[in-house]
Design a binder for this molecule. Structure first.
Ligand code: MV4
Length: 451
């Protein structure tokens, strides 16, 4: 077994940087924070053993700048890099540069990131591995004529997706042939601008699916296990707002089948690290591979709470070559996460950066808050608007909802608008309480009026 790391550089900011520092500290590993000039006052800078300023606020010149990050690795002598989520976490070139430089990228190998980053390649890999995929051959569309022909065979509605995409960008739903040209032009333009690649493919459109994802872990010796699911169906414009485990839609049979499919997906690429296999699940509980995320995700605490394992610790141990044990894992109790964003939920979730004048985090049994903010902290306008994750755990879903309501009621954040009132509203909705929602549900609701 390789030796454990002496010093990890965290190529990220915010709550996830802090989250990684906490585990590294518990493991006796030193940490290096990097920060932009907008993040001087951030807790990740204060709590890391060392901190290096890497540039101005703009992400392109700081958290996305590979040369600057590699310079910070060089001067601090870090022997591993943790990319967190977002930023460079799924950038295969960055993983490769780390490897060439002789520092361990805490995550999968570059070719695994590439294989899942290109959605046509990913789908093809899944078909070969006998993981269920959405109908549609997963071939590059050649032209509008080619697309119209395929759509006719498949039956409308269809969806066209960018092969370089993910998370909803460069995607269009098409209900009838005369919508094709416009959807094709706008999706390709969007994909070209966002990814520099306008390759598109087509699938049958699954109407109002649930988004259920399976957490997996693979070690360097070919063993892959799953840690059950997270239901992320409550989302708005591809932004998840609430995640939970177990899914209220789950059955033992479905978990078994989806878990096995996710393991096959991981085994097909010899996956190393923690990863998430995302599925669409229709009303008849048919499930289809959607994409695989090759990083730690925002919502990982939901799994940590019901599985009772530290996923960042698992990531680090796998990266330095530890073997997974023989255990299987089952969720115990119920966990729910509410993402607290600095946004005004009653005004189209408009971002609300600025100074937090007063801050009191929810506390008590079964309550966890992952956050980098505090009273007096100024939320910069340059980055993601997520400022905290409120996670509760209780024996049943009903008790978890009750606890979440209690915890939301005692969360005080003043000076900026937050999504706390949205979550208070959500917890009261009968459909939510009944587990009766899919990815379309929130968009169909009438939210309370703006004040
Ligand atoms: C779909 C789909 C229905 N049918 N593919 C959205 C993000 C991207 N990863 C893929 N997405 C979807 N793909 C087929 N064939 C519906 C969605 C989708 C969705 C998926 C998960 C969570 C929220 C969503 C919201 C709208 C559409």
């Amino acid at each position: 077994m390789a030796e454990k790391f002496k010093k990890i550089l965290i190529a990220n900011r915010g709550e996830i940087a802090l989250r990684i520092i906490r585990t590294a500290r518990e493991m006796g590993i030193k940490t290096v924070a990097i920060y932009s000039t907008a993040d001087r006052e951030s807790l990740h800078v204060r709590f890391a053993d060392e901190a290096v300023c890497i540039g101005p606020p703009s992400s392109t010149d700081s958290y996305l700048s590979i040369p600057k990050i590699m310079a910070a690795v060089e001067i601090t002598n870090a022997d591993a890099v943790h990319p967190g989520y977002g930023f460079l976490s799924e950038n295969a070139d960055f993983a490769e540069i780390c490897t060439e430089y002789g520092v361990k990228f805490i995550g999968p190998r570059p070719e695994q990131i590439r294989q899942m980053g290109d959605k046509i390649t990913a789908k093809d890999t899944m078909i070969k591995a006998k993981v269920p995929v959405v109908p549609g051959d997963g071939e590059l569309l050649k032209s509008v004529a080619d697309g119209l022909e395929q759509a006719k065979k498949m039956g409308y509605p269809v969806i066209i997706k960018a092969t370089a995409g993910g998370g909803g960008k460069g995607m269009r739903i098409i209900n009838k042939p005369d919508e094709f040209q416009k959807a094709w032009d706008s999706a390709r333009a969007e994909a070209k601008a966002a990814f520099g690649n306008d390759g598109m493919y087509m699938e049958k459109y699954i109407v109002e699916p649930r988004h259920i994802e399976i957490q997996i872990i693979g070690d360097q010796f070919g063993r892959v296990i799953h840690l059950s699911e997270r239901d992320c169906s409550v989302q708005r414009r591809h932004q998840k707002l609430v995640e939970e485990c177990p899914s209220p839609f789950m059955t033992d049979e479905l978990r078994q089948a989806m878990g096995e499919a996710a393991i096959k997906a991981g085994e097909a690429i010899n996956y190393e690290g923690v990863g998430t296999v995302e599925f669409l699940v229709d009303a008849e509980r048919n499930f289809y591979f959607m994409e695989m995320n090759t990083r730690i995700q925002v919502e990982h605490p939901v799994t940590e709470e019901v599985i009772d394992h530290d996923l960042i610790k698992e990531q680090i141990k796998i990266a330095y070559g530890e073997r997974l044990g023989e255990d299987n894992y089952y969720p115990k109790g119920h966990a729910i996460e509410c993402r607290i964003n600095a946004e005004d939920p009653w005004n189209n979730f408009r971002p609300s950066p600025g100074k937090i004048t007063s801050f009191h985090s929810s506390k008590g049994h079964g309550v966890r808050v992952d956050t980098h903010v505090y009273a007096g902290y100024t939320i910069p306008p340059y980055y993601d608007s997520m400022i905290a994750k409120l996670i509760v755990r209780a024996p049943t879903r009903e008790e978890a909802i009750t606890k979440m309501e209690r915890a939301l009621n005692e969360f005080i954040i003043e000076g900026v608008k937050t999504t706390v009132p949205f979550h208070q509203w959500l917890m009261k909705q009968q459909d939510f309480r009944d587990g009766n929602f899919d990815t379309g549900w929130l968009g169909q609701q009438k939210l309370p009026e703006g004040k």
